[in-house]
Design a protein around this ligand. Sequence first.
Ligand code: GTP
Ligand code: MG
Length: 599
Amino acid sequence: MRVRGDLELYRRVLQQARPHWLKIAGIFGLDLLSSPLGLLTPLPLKIAVDSVIGAHPLPAFLQMLLPATVSNSRAAALGIAVGLLIFLAILAQLQSLASSLLRTYTTEKLLLDFRALVFRRLQRMSLSYHDTTGTADSIYRIQYDTTSIQYISIDGLIPFVTSAVTLAAMLCVTTRIDWHLTLVAVTISPILLLLSQAYRPRLRQQSRKTKDLEHSALAVIQEVLQAFRVVKAFGREEQEEDRYVQRSREGMRSRLHLALEQGRYGLFVGLTTALGTAAVLWIGVRHVTAGVLTLGDLLLVMAYLGQLYGPLKTVGQKAASLQSYLASAERVFSVLDRVEDVPEHAGASPLSRASGAVTFRHVCFSYEQNRTVLRDISFDVPAGTRVAIVGRTGAGKTTILNLLTRFYDPDSGQILLDDVDLRNYKLADLRNQFAIVLQEPVLFSTTIAENIAYARPNASEAEIVTAAKLANAHDFIMKLPEGYQTQVGERGMRLSGGERQRISLARAFLKDAPILVLDEPTSSVDLKTESVIMEAMERLMKGRTAFMIAHRSSTLRDFDLKLELEAGCVVSNGTSVATGQSRGRGTARPVLEERETGG
Ligand code: GTP
Ligand code: MG
């Protein structure tokens, strides 16, 4: 992860918050109101001490506002002090209510937009990104790291600015009262600044570490819940619990460490401000006894100092938690900035329906560096051809299909669809050309009907039933208590493997794409179910280019071409002759064996 400067992160966050600038400006304005309110708050006390108890006249601006008879009476001065206190309290409450409502609304809206953006971006990321990063990390970034935007843009920034304004206003006022005191107050600020500079890198570093540990604990939960059956079957609950507790404990330790750092920083900040206040008290009292300053004025300055150091202290403490939010923002932006490894070119061409001719030209590919999975694969499949891909486990069969559907891009070489490189098509259009039935059928936790209609959400009920009938799924679906409205459970766990497979076949029927990609669709079912599925498959393959991976030779009848892989290379097994008379047009290259006979 690239480490960024605070300023750059602020800039990015503010850019993100720009559509909401009007609301943010509103919060800002409301918060600014708090500084004149703050200036007025200690005034009633000053009036009470100086003009009610003491014999000083009311402050000049009140004398101007009030008639002379009122401003000269002590009872009236007390009344004014009390009235002012209540009035200011109500005003302050109203201000804080309005500010907090607007703040909540704005931050929620900001967060929602930001989360949606990150989610969209993560969905666009290639499989290889998710393979290496892991699901828990992505969940953490979307759900937790994004919240940083709220704090940075509003809770982090606005107090900085408003307290700067308050600071300036108070400095003006206190200078007029006693400039010695101002000088003392001001000398504290650079010390606070230096402190925060010194602590910032440490806090950020620790926050980063904490986040990594937190999502690694999340990863255990997720892995266990996903593979719950396996965990139970092997009786590993206790060990998994240990693993979770272990990682959580590391996270806890890291958070404690962070709290310690923050606490130490807070301590220094508190100490510094206490020293400042003590110095002001010392000098102030001496000035009062010398008659330079009234007692009321001293109280006023002390109150201002409290108000001044308060925000400075919170800004200081916020600077600590801000580092944690900046670490989060860093993680989010590193996702947003990642270059897509399966990018769509600017000038990518649309594709409505391909005829289905596929060519691999010297394709090499590896998931990880230094571990080549496919070596110099070349073959040519005319449109409408049925291709069987065979080979030992780990030979790279699924990988070929992954490249064909552009889940990954080849390291070198080209894959062509209708004589155009896959990378020159719009991604969505390209994927639309394939109906895929995977080795492990994936269903979503919704009804059977919605699962079938996954590729075409607006399909009519009749179309769904037709697709299910073609996939030989209709009969078993009708036997379920709620038929097509049956909920299949998370990942379709309430159905058997063969049933799930037939539903994913129905999905492929409904999609009606020109190219079929079938990855061992019958590997996990019994022979009878297999023949039922194969029968449906035959129907599905009609008139389309089809790629099917199969282990059992019984499933390999009726294919035009056979592509045999061994350790990532295409091996022509003995009779390497050009076929030329396959179902489709054109000539297959020698690597493809002639239609296999028998079973
Ligand atoms: P079976 O499905 O078992 O018949 O094998 P296959 O021929 O479909 O093999 P596949 O193409 O899935 O894998 C080929 C090689 O790539 C194997 O050595 C795998 O270890 C490796 N591989 C497959 N998928 C991934 C992946 O997502 N990441 C990494 N790093 N390696 C992978
Ligand atoms: Mg496979």
